[in-house]
Design a protein around this ligand. Structure first.
Ligand code: 6PG
Length: 495
């Protein structure tokens, strides 16, 4: 019997669909699931007659594989991944490869990579994005691990991945150990940001009296061929908002509870951002909003205790739709700028050696945040690899400069109408802060810290000289005011 090219462990929908995808590209795939019934159901169902070999113990799974063995785990992140690695080890030889295709925490991936490489086993932690359909027809794949490990599966991954409009496969070697999972986690954080921003705009439209199908039409227009907002998430917003509630005339969206759950990758993105000192206010706003959404009982109780006065929208609806369109685009640029800044910081901290232009390229098709807009990001980093921030790319900077007042207006009007817009405001404030040579709030808090805690402060040359004062060797000069001493003398702190 022909040996299998690759194995997939985990017969939930992502594992099943990836196995089918691989088989459809000419590979023979061995499959295994912890509970045998799932493997059997798959083998006797859609996999019947296909080059898919069901196996019912791990030894057999490894035996039917060609060497070097390539085994892809599509199981729940966390302990199940460790358990499978542990069980597989007894059957593997140096040079064999384990791939973790779940949404694992990147530090777990670094740990597993280290542990396995000490035994000579190669390990890839890879992001696989695109949901069920993507897994079956072509996901975006973000593999991290040893380059020689990637070489073993490069062809398979290229064959099964989505292809961008120019035919390029949406997979590329991301970097060592945890790089792939870090990039996938950040992709998900950006995904949260996109979803929240769209949600805030939709809710605003609803608040000004538009019906779900009207909003769906706007979204469909915004997903037009050459629209700057054209993206998968806008497309599915348009499509899902037209859906009627089964057996009634109501729209489904009007009957769906305002509770958004989450599995953790958005939270990890924000946690990493906190650890690496990278502000990601839009992504954090998306996570915080999901948290607030989940406490339905609290909100129901609070609504009875506290009534927030709010105005009614009285402006021009058509004009406001245009305002919201450009506001959303700017907010999106801001959110991606934050996500990319996080990737760059992680790249430095963990030696991931990430190439932002190439990552944006992978995201052009297959994944949840796929959008034309990503092509612009790639171009921006190809033209200027050392861009200080995405917002500095001439094309984006120009748009922001010309249209920022629309985001200002959107946030203002939304708030006047009592519509929370945490992510839209986060995006706006990020832009305002990052372009401020002098951040007034920071001046105030620097002084407060010195006042109550003698923590010291730096100085600038003056209101028209925002650069920090340095000494002759170029070192930042630090000062402290003796607040409690009469005359409040100022001292230079020498270290
Ligand atoms: C993807 C998705 C996928 C999954 C998320 C959902 O890229 O295909 O992001 O990974 O749908 O894990 O995340 P939440 O449950 O946290 O919303």
């Amino acid at each position: 019997m022909k040996k299998a090219d690759i194995a997939v462990i985990g017969m939930e929908v992502m594992g099943r669909n990836l196995a089918l995808n691989m088989e459809s590209r000419g590979y023979t795939v061995a499959v295994y699931n912890r509970t045998a019934e799932k493997t059997k159901a798959f083998a006797d169902g859609v996999a019947k007659g296909k080059n898919i070999i069901p196996t019912y113990d791990l030894k057999n799974l490894v035996d039917v594989l060609d060497s070097p063995k390539k085994i892809m785990l599509m199981v729940k992140e966390g302990q199940p991944v460790d358990n499978f690695i542990e069980s597989l080890l007894q059957y593997l030889k140096p040079g064999d490869l384990i791939i973790d295709g779940g949404n694992s925490f990147f530090k777990d991936t670094i740990r597993r990579n280290k542990m396995l490489s000490e035994k000579g086993i190669l390990f890839i932690g890879t992001g696989v994005s695109g949901g069920e359909e993507g897994a079956l027809k072509g996901p975006a794949i973000m593999p991290g691990g040893q380059i020689e490990a990637y070489k073993l599966v490069e062809k398979i991954f290229k064959d099964i991945s989505a292809k961008a409009y120019d035919g390029e496969p949406c997979v590329d070697y991301i970097g060592p150990d945890g790089a792939g999972h870090f990039v996938k986690t950040t992709h998900n954080g950006i995904e949260y940001g996109d979803m929240q921003l769209i949600g805030e705009v939709v809710w605003f439209f609803k608040n000004v009296g538009m019906k779900a199908d009207e909003i769906a039409d706007i979204m469909a227009e915004w997903n037009g061929e050459s629209d700057i907002l054209r993206s998968y998430l806008i497309e599915i917003t348009a499509d899902s908002m037209k859906q009627k509630h089964q057996g009634s005339d109501e729209f489904l969206v009007d009957r769906v509870a305002d509770i958004t759950r989450m599995k953790g990758t958005g939270t990890w993105t924000v946690q990493s951002a906190l650890e690496l000192l990278v502000p990601v206010p839009t992504i954090a706003a998306a996570v915080f909003s999901r948290e607030m959404s989940q406490d339905k009982e609290l909100r129901l109780a609070m609504a009875k205790k506290l009534t927030i006065p709010s105005g009614k929208f009285s402006g021009d609806k058509k004009e406001m739709i245009n305002v919201a369109h450009d506001a959303l685009y700017i907010a999106k640029i801001s959110s991606y700028a934050q996500g990319i800044a996080l990737l760059q910081a992680a790249s430095k901290a963990y030696n991931f050696n990430l190439n932002i232009g190439r990552i944006a390229k992978i995201w052009r098709a297959g994944c949840i945040i796929r959008a034309q807009f990503l092509d612009e990001i790639t171009k921006a980093y190809e033209a200027e690899p050392d861009l200080p921030n995405l917002l500095a790319a001439p094309k984006f900077a120009g748009f922001v400069e010309r249209n920022i007042e629309k985001l200002v207006k959107f946030v203002g009007v939304a708030h006047q109408c009592g519509v929370p817009a945490l992510a839209m405001s986060g995006s706006l404030d990020y832009i305002l802060q990052i372009t401020s040579p002098i951040m007034p709030s920071a001046q105030v808090s620097a002084l407060q810290r010195d006042y109550f805690g003698a923590h010291g402060y730096f100085k600038i040359g003056g209101q028209d000289k925002p650069e920090v004062m340095v000494n002759q060797e170029g070192k930042i000069r630090e000062f402290h005011t003796e607040w409690l001493v009469p005359g409040r003398p100022e001292k230079e702190i020498t270290k």
